[in-house]
Ligand binder design. Sequence first.
Ligand code: SLL
Length: 146
Amino acid sequence: SRRLRDTELVVPVVVGTCAWWLGKKANDSVTHRWTVYMRGANGEDLSHIIAKVTFELHHTFTNPHRVCLQAPYEVTEQGWGEFDINITLTFTPDAREKDVSILHRLKLYEGEGIPNTTKKPVMSEVYEELVFSEPVESFYRRVLAE
Ligand code: SLL
């Protein structure tokens, strides 16, 4: 299938983390429960363009290489520290596109010296656009039809 010149397919997504302080259940090695996620910015189904999402956690986690083959593309864990999470998107084979990596920092605290409360989760969400320029025609038609 040929590629479409002067054509662009833009898919809005969000990547984020949401963290909850464990309060009385917190100890030195586990202070927070958190989720890192990737989803359509308007809640759209991404499974028609995404084959796999890989979340690379800090090496202090057991099996830090976490793979999601279907939605929801997210990982929930418990820990004590903030770190950068590398999120690698693998597209469906018909897109004939290379993997794309997004770096997102896990946020557990609102700021230095600001204590956590059990009530309010700490959110960090970023809007991103997946841009397919000169997409493969069959992929483009399939995505538009779904
Ligand atoms: C820091 N550079 O020092 C960062 C590293 C690592 C966080 C944070 C592991 C939990 C587990 C965990 O929370 N690591 O071992 O299950 O702040």
